[in-house]
Design a protein. Structure first.
Lengths: 635, 140
């Protein structure tokens, strides 16, 4: 087995209780590398794609990469994958923290969990051995309580857990790792809940091999120096991911009032990284082996929104529970973040759904009777806190919003649809495509729905990085323009998507020279890849996930931006600008090798060695695909 | 009017005047206090034989000293920005943005990063005004 891999996946059938292992060979890893790319291939080859996402038939696949646990910066990551209960298409969510490296030390590259346990349970893994344990003691507890209980029962373990939202099948339920790290997007916490699987506790003492230990030390030294001298890494260390809000307000990147307002400097002054740092920061916190330490530990010491010391909000959360809902009080964001962490809910989808509810309340499309007396006025944080509990427990009005914004809007009637801002059912991240047209294209074609992390477009288009040594790109791009963006997105996908297969954090990827990342990958695995080899793997990964989505009914008509985003703002840096979606998509389809239906062309899949996928797509190419029942969000 | 030779005291005076004359700067920079030095690495092939040290000072919307200075004076500033000559020229000509150059490691910044981010509008406005000075660069 090449360095960086154990070659072993653990399979757990929660119906029979059978636990077994299987081996993946080097050739497989040379094609797919790791993380969500490996998971997608296993999903495609081994499971019924059109399974009900909230049934036992939907496999939960957890997959690390070859760099996970290597001690190289930013490589603590792992991916959680399944068919998404929120979108009905391919679902994946990457997470940093501690679980990935510990799983690798326990002897596994990944896990596949199938079936639904007859009783609430958790999975315990220790150095190769695994057991399913009854979990009535922790069922119903929030993620922090669950983690504390498992820490007390199983010393030095690392925990992956869901909260009440996952148990209650909230479609944007998240999965928490050791209380401070979350696999938030696409609702995979609900997949665990549907399996009656409350948590996974893992402990390991092994050490994954490296192909070239001396070379690895050199790569580590280079990485340390590059991070030390990187202003990007420095700003993340000083202020966390929220460091970008002030600049983002100037460039028009920050969504305001459910994407209807172009700028509000009072919001960024109140909610940006400097404010978070100066008012509430207790200390910086790092994922395993990461010198950047972008995570925040915060505390609201006094006032109505008092919180204990704990994980602080990311930039996205400062928007969804701040700028998006016109809340100028950062303490309120911190409180909402804590509640989402405890209940186990994705702060992007959850906050965006709350923003939609506030807009509909203002427009009279929701009344006090609909909301059971909750005053959903903009910025009313006490109402938000109450609502979060109702969503997590699926109580009344909360049960409607627990379906996610797209389904909820559909139930509220066509007038509500515009307030749900999503692509393929996934609420958009907090970067406005009207300010950065490349991001708009990236949202349209991202394989898990509107996403800013399945590619490196944010880094390349906004100028955080320049990688001419990896692919052809201009010195600088103008955000609100569509010219030259299709090629930028195409290449930024093929390289950026590797973050999830190599298992390296995008923040570290943006802070290092790409040569250093390539060297680290090669000295760990011994693969001897060049950038072009990596880009082929990235292309294969993208096509594989696209093919899965095509088999689930996705076509070109789903590659679209919502009406709200196609409506120009009247103020701010993006005023008057909307992406030229027709131009962007036609240029992109040609580069990517998609036919008019948005399905990969045969010759492209052959070049990538995806023959089995090609055969399965033949039937889809012959007839207009029909979206499966779970894809209610059609755009 | 003739172009001003870059990195001369005359050029610094013109830069200072641009900022002093800007009503918009005065409004944006109300919170800024602190000096900023610019260090330009030598590039003999492009007509910059030695390191250039520039010192600028700002106070709540007003401008104070703008000097071509020595190393010691430059290093006494609250914020120190350094980089290759060609990068500074690109920034002055608005071919790249200063914030992007910083993120990409093409410029280095020493000083309180949180303060700079909080006042990023001020920083960008100063750079914008720098671009308005009609400049003759050493390799033009």
């Amino acid at each position: 087995m090449p360095g960086g891999y154990t070659g072993l996946f653990l399979t757990v059938d929660l119906i029979s209780g059978k636990i077994s292992r299987f081996v993946l060979e080097e050739e497989f890893f040379r094609l797919h590398i790791g993380g969500s790319a490996v998971a997608a291939r296993l999903f495609l080859d081994g499971f019924p794609l059109d399974c009900d996402p909230l049934s036992g038939a939907n496999p939960l696949i957890i997959s690390t990469g070859p760099m996970t646990g290597s001690a190289f910066p930013g490589t603590s990551r792992f991916s959680v994958c399944a068919r998404s209960p929120l979108t009905g298409i391919w679902g994946e969510s990457a997470c940093g923290g501690t679980f990935g490296p510990e799983l690798k030390r326990a002897g596994y590259d990944g896990l596949i969990i199938t079936g639904r346990a007859p009783f609430p349970c958790y999975l315990r893994i220790e150095d190769g051995a695994a057991e399913i344990i009854e979990a009535s003691e922790i069922w119903g507890k929030d993620i922090y309580e669950t983690t504390d209980l498992l820490w007390s029962k199983h010393r030095s373990c690392r925990v992956l857990a869901i909260g009440p939202a996952g148990e209650n099948l909230v479609r944007f339920a998240s999965i928490g790792n050791d209380k401070g790290h979350f696999a938030g997007r696409t609702g995979l916490g609900a997949v665990m809940g549907a399996k009656n699987l409350k948590a996974i506790a893992v402990k390991g003492t092994g050490h994954p091999e490296k192909a070239d230990k001396e070379g690895f030390k050199q790569a580590l030294r280079s990485a340390a120096e590059e991070i030390r001298s990187s202003a990007f890494a420095g700003s993340l260390h000083a202020m966390g991911s929220d460091a970008g809000m002030d600049l983002g307000m100037m460039t028009g990147d920050v969504p305001i009032r459910n994407w209807t307002v172009g700028e509000d400097y009072d919001l960024s002054a109140a909610l940006g990284g400097p404010a978070l740092t100066e008012k509430y920061l207790v200390k910086a916190h790092a994922c395993t082996h990461c010198p950047i330490a972008c995570k925040r530990v915060v505390r609201v010491a006094e006032g109505p929104y008092r919180t204990e010391e704990g994980p602080g909000p990311e930039y996205e959360t400062c928007c969804t529970f701040g700028t998006m809902i016109m809340n100028y009080d950062l303490a309120g964001v911190i409180k909402a973040n804590e509640l989402c962490n405890r209940y186990g809910m994705d702060t992007i989808s959850c906050g965006s759904t709350v923003a939609m509810a506030m807009e509909l309340f203002e427009k009279g499309l929701l009344s006090g009777r609909d909301t059971e007396g909750l005053d959903m006025a903009w910025g009313n944080m006490p109402a938000v806190f109450t609502l979060l509990g109702k969503i997590a427990r699926r109580e009344g009005f909360g049960g409607l919003l627990a379906e996610g914004s797209a389904r909820a809007a559909e139930r509220l009637g066509s007038a509500a649809a515009e307030a749900s801002v999503h692509v393929k059912g996934l609420e958009l991240p907090m970067h406005d495509p009207r300010a950065f047209h490349g991001m708009g294209l990236a949202y349209m074609v991202s394989n898990r729905g509107g996403c800013h992390l399945q590619h490196a477009v944010m880094g390349t288009e906004q100028g955080m990085v320049s990688w001419p040594q990896v692919f052809t790109m201009k010195d600088s791009y103008t955000g609100p323009e569509s010219e030259d963006k299709a090629a930028l997105v195409f290449h930024s996908e093929n390289f950026g998507i590797l973050g999830n297969s190599l298992a390296i954090c995008h923040y570290v990827l943006y802070s290092l020279k790409p040569e250093t990342v390539l060297k680290a990958f090669n000295v760990i695995t011994g693969f001897g890849f060049g950038f072009s080899d990596l880009m082929v793997c990235g292309t294969r990964d993208w096509m594989l996930k696209r093919g899965i989505n095509n088999l689930l009914g996705v076509t070109s008509r789903n590659d679209a931006l919502p009406k709200r985003i196609m409506t120009a703002l009247t103020e701010g840096a993006a005023a008057g600008s909307v992406p030229d979606t027709k131009k962007l998509l036609s240029e992109y389809y040609a580069l990517r090798g998609l036919d008019k239906q948005g399905i990969p062309k045969e010759d492209r899949l052959q070049e990538l060695g995806l023959d089995a996928l090609n055969r399965r797509l033949a039937a889809v190419r012959a007839a207009e695909p029909v979206a499966k029942e779970e894809m209610k969000w059609q755009n | 009017m003739a172009k001003l030779k870059a990195f001369t005291q005359e050029w610094m005076n013109a830069f200072r005047q641009r900022i002093a004359d800007s009503k918009e700067y005065r409004e944006i920079a109300g919170n800024w206090e602190g000096s900023v030095s610019i260090i330009i690495n030598p590039d003999p092939a492009r007509g910059v034989p030695e390191t250039v040290y520039l010192f600028t000072d700002y106070w709540h919307g007003d401008v104070k000293d703008f000097l071509v200075c020595d190393k010691a004076k430059a290093e006494s500033a609250d914020f120190i920005m350094s980089g290759d000559y060609i990068r500074w020229k690109q920034i002055a000509r608005k071919e790249i943005e200063a914030t992007k150059a910083l993120m990409q490691g093409k410029l280095k910044l020493k000083g309180n990063l949180v303060y700079v981010v909080r006042n990023v509008k001020t920083v960008n406005k100063v750079v914008d005004l720098l671009g308005e000075v009609d400049t003759l660069f050493p390799d033009d």
